[in-house]
Design a protein around this ligand. Structure first.
Ligand SMILES: Cc1cc2nc3c(=O)[nH]c(=O)nc-3n(C[C@H](O)[C@H](O)[C@H](O)COP(=O)(O)OP(=O)(O)OC[C@H]3O[C@@H](n4cnc5c(N)ncnc54)[C@H](O)[C@@H]3O)c2cc1C
Ligand SMILES: NC(=O)c1ccc[n+]([C@@H]2O[C@H](COP(=O)([O-])OP(=O)(O)OC[C@H]3O[C@@H](n4cnc5c(N)ncnc54)[C@H](O)[C@@H]3O)[C@@H](O)[C@H]2O)c1
Length: 475
């Protein structure tokens, strides 16, 4: 092995989070290396956010158009699926990352293709595609941004059944005749919407009581109702015991608790994520391989002055936008520490990822869309806040009625009664994803209800929901 090449900062993992870290550290003049074992751009760009939304957009646009009088008749037919897949392929750059590499070169980041592993304090080995190894050392920081992989439960028969994970579900070039989905959270709900819309007969097997269990209960209920109306089967409270499949092309059988078998042509396991830390050399610095990497509010690993874990891998918030926010915070902290400058780690300070716990937004691209920020009613009560949930039927807002005939949706805001600020908000309805950022500003800014009263939504937009919620609260 050759002598270590020294940088100020070494980042392992070039997903959206790693890319944002290196952008920050380079902009501040720190020499920076990025180690990536697959494609720069990460899961999000090639097998998650981007291809899934490219598949979903035509499905949701068609559903919206079918609710517009005068337009419905023009969009009654099936989707041009070849064009949908081509559009998805375009957005993934045909699973090539040359554009990202060119950008990194243009900002002066050295990209090391290969598998990165810690090999002691401040040291990272890179095993290239040809098996050759070299070592990088970091003067100031090593950042782990290795993200997650799909977590598939170890059910009897699962390996032989060759189930889809989120990777196949976002990159497939043909709709299976029958798609069985195990799981009930975001991936299950979005992929059920996409593939039912693209022509599959979808069956969703939900272990819990409803879809989207981390959101207000009405979100999952409205999404399940719409999926059923679109022709999908959504079954709740069902456990899966085993999976069976004979041969390479035969149908797959999902054996439920009690013995019933649900048959499909493909099976998608949408059962959560596992951190990509099992082969990362964590043991060489006293950490446990395979686990999530816990961090402080600056995304630094407790007990280390040089090791950071940012994005999915720290398990604070498994979302691209939030990982990129952490990258901005951690990047600023690395730069400040390298310069010996003081850090602002007070809540909402420049070097603390406060929004992860206080104002975390998410938009789920189902039909209807479901978007939320901050705490749900149950979470707020559990945290000991004195709160009131204010609900309103989105379909009663003029802007919503004009947006779609028979608009169905619901909104809820959670008011902290002691401080009269919002702790959270949820919007479910066609186009509702675009409503959440206003709520994020209200929650992160701790804007008093009395001042929100002066934030007048334009007529006739769906945003008039804000006025209705505030009127309902004020009686
Ligand atoms: C189907 C699906 C849809 C999603 N949709 C959304 C969405 O709409 N909006 C949203 O906000 N979030 C969405 N997410 C979540 C989002 O994909 C993740 O939060 C995001 O990708 C996390 O970014 P990251 O950079 O932390 O990790 P990743 O994107 O996983 O990137 C990690 C990178 O590290 C590399 N790597 C791993 N180990 C090593 C190693 N040892 N050496 C070198 N390189 C390594 C990997 O190859 C990868 O490129 C979705 C997830 C899924 C599964
Ligand atoms: N639009 C978005 O923001 C978006 C879209 C997709 C994914 N994501 C993010 O990606 C992450 C992964 O999403 P996900 O839906 O895969 O995971 P998740 O962790 O949100 O949910 C996994 C679900 O699978 C169920 N499950 C686990 N084991 C099971 C088993 N053996 N049998 C039956 N059910 C089982 C769990 O009960 C849970 O509901 C999430 O954190 C999500 O926020 C975000």
């Amino acid at each position: 092995m050759t002598e270590a090449v020294e940088y100020d900062v070494v980042v392992i993992g070039g997903g959206p989070v790693g890319e944002n870290i290196v952008d920050r550290t380079r902009a501040a003049g720190l020499s920076t290396a990025l180690v990536e074992s697959e494609l720069v751009g990460g899961e999000c760009s090639y097998w998650a956010c981007v291809p899934s939304k490219a598949l979903l957009r035509p499905v949701l646009a068609r559903a919206d158009a079918r609710r517009v009088p005068g337009l419905a008749g023009a969009v009654g037919g099936p989707l041009d699926t070849a064009a949908v897949y081509a559009h998805r392929d375009y957005w993934t750059g045909d699973w090539k990352d040359q554009g990202q590499i060119d950008w990194l070169e243009s900002i002066g980041v050295d990209v090391h293709r290969g598998h990165g592993r810690l090999v002691g304090v401040r040291k990272v080995s890179v095993t290239g595609p040809d098996g050759e190894q070299h070592v990088l050392s970091a003067r100031h920081a090593v950042v782990v941004a290795t993200g997650t992989r799909a977590m598939v439960p170890d059910l009897p028969g699962i390996a032989g059944a060759r189930p889809w994970t989120s990777r196949e579900a976002t990159s497939a070039r043909q709709a299976p005749g029958r798609l069985v989905i195990v799981g009930g959270s975001v991936v299950a709900s979005e992929m059920a919407t996409a593939w039912q819309g693209l022509g599959s007969q979808v069956t969703v097997l939900v272990r819990g009581a409803r879809l989207l269990p981390r959101m207000e209960p009405f979100a999952g209920e409205l999404v399940a109702e719409a999926l059923r109306e679109a022709g999908a089967v959504v079954r709740t409270g069902v456990g899966v015991e085993a999976v069976e499949r004979d041969g390479s092309t035969g149908p797959v059988g999902v054996v439920l608790e009690g013995g019933e078998v649900v048959e499909g042509d493909e099976l998608l396991m949408a059962t959560g994520r596992a951190p990509r830390t099992e082969d990362l050399g964590l043991d060489t610095v006293g950490l446990t391989p395979g686990g999530w990497i816990g961090v402080d509010e600056t995304c630094r690993v407790p007990g280390f002055d040089w090791l950071y874990a940012v994005g999915d891998v720290n398990h604070r918030a498994l979302l691209t936008h939030q990982g990129k926010y952490q990258a901005r915070i951690a990047g600023a902290a690395i730069v400040a520490r390298a310069a010996g400058a003081p850090l602002d780690t007070a809540p909402w300070g420049a070097h603390t990822a406060t929004a992860d716990t206080r104002a975390l937004p998410q938009a789920v691209f189902t039909d209807p869309e479901a978007a939320a920020v901050g705490l749900t009613l149950a979470e707020a009560e559990q945290a000991g806040h004195r709160v009131r949930a204010v609900d309103y039927d989105l379909g009663r807002v003029s802007g919503a009625g004009l947006y779609a005939d028979g608009y169905r949706g619901r909104a809820r805001m959670i008011v902290d009664l002691d401080r009269e600020v919002l702790l959270g908000a949820t919007f479910v309805g066609p186009g509702a994803a675009e409503l959440v950022h206003a709520a994020t500003i209200a929650v992160a800014g701790e804007v008093p209800i009395a001042r929100l009263w002066h934030a007048v939504p334009a007529f006739p937009t769906v945003s008039e929901i804000w006025l209705r919620l505030l009127e309902t609260y004020r009686g």
